[in-house]
Design a protein around this ligand. Sequence first.
Ligand code: PAF
Length: 283
Amino acid sequence: MLTLHDIAELRAHLNLPRRNGQRIALVPTMGNLHAGHLALVDAARRDADVVVATIFVNPLQFGANEDFSSYPRTLEADTQALASHGCDIVFAPSADALYPHGLEAHTHVSVPDVSEGLCGANRPGHFNGVATVVSLLFNLVQPDVAYFGRKDYQQLMVIRKLVADLHFPIEVVGVPTQRAEDGLALSSRNGYLSAAQRQRAPALYRTLCHMHDALRASESPPMTLRDGLAALTEQGFKPDYLELRRAQDLGPIAPDTQEAILLVAAHLGTTRLIDNLPVSLPR
Ligand code: PAF
């Protein structure tokens, strides 16, 4: 496995496989890899000839009051894990390499509609930062296929729209959320939780599961959401949002919506956790 930091070197290494018609897969990450990321790499390894993973803690997607400087950086352990999952190339650029004229002066990509509301409302500018860096990585790697976790469901929708709107010839694959045995969705931010908070954290997913069952049993969405919010607050979470949206495009649910998705973001102490669960609504 090659570890590269330089854009020209990355391009040079990808020229030959591309010319030979090999299928190139991209797995963009911010590092601090867990089994959720490695499931993306495994899926890429199954489907493609060349697997490129990127590790870049993207300053453009963090708000001023967020955890950019404390975000865990574990390049050595990450490269070992990627090598053992059959990754071919790790690209770990510096911020100067990607944004040579600084963050403000750089061209930004913004994806309307799906970026608004939910995490977009609580983290202004976040999805512009994601869309910008993902466009940049798409352009550098020019993959045939790219893998993203379904845990970041709104991000996945933003990227699907970005690919459609900018006509990137890239297939986007959403990989199911990986969970700990107690149901907590795997996330690099779980490492911020104290032992007591970690014990309480699976209540987030349990609440979504109860809501899922209530909706399947035809309980009304507003009532289910009210109960869900009350349950989260009672269990010590400070919810940013708990919503039921159309799964396909995060639009509002209508009487004829069948495939919906419950989405939640909530703080446990200073840690912000997100999760989601699809629901097939009864007719
Ligand atoms: O999901 C992430 O880790 C990041 O948002 C991504 C897609 C790698 C862009 O920085």
